[in-house]
Design a protein. Sequence first.
Length: 126
Amino acid sequence: MTDLEFRPAGQPAPNGPQTTNLADILERVLDKGIVIAGDIKIDLLDIELLTIRLRLFVASVDTAKKAGIDWWETDPALSSKASRNALKDENRELKARLRELESSADEARGHPAHEQTGRKTEGGRG
């Protein structure tokens, strides 16, 4: 039997090269994070037509938060909490706008805005 058959799995040979499996590499990348950056630039006769700047940050959620990156928490498409907050903000803005419009309409009809009681008028409107 050879030396490889007696060694426990995952242990390197005493004087041989150390092997690393994909899981170990992925764990290190996610733990530390890795940045891949590149630029694509298209020029024609020294005139810049297009520049694309690519920045890729690969890391775990915890590592990204430590780096100050947490945009997924505030993106309504990615976070249900952010989506609820966005809906609440939109609702609040729409209610404020509705109050402004109702106030303007009342003033145009000759009714002061401060006299609104919320009761229906004779015409069924309130």
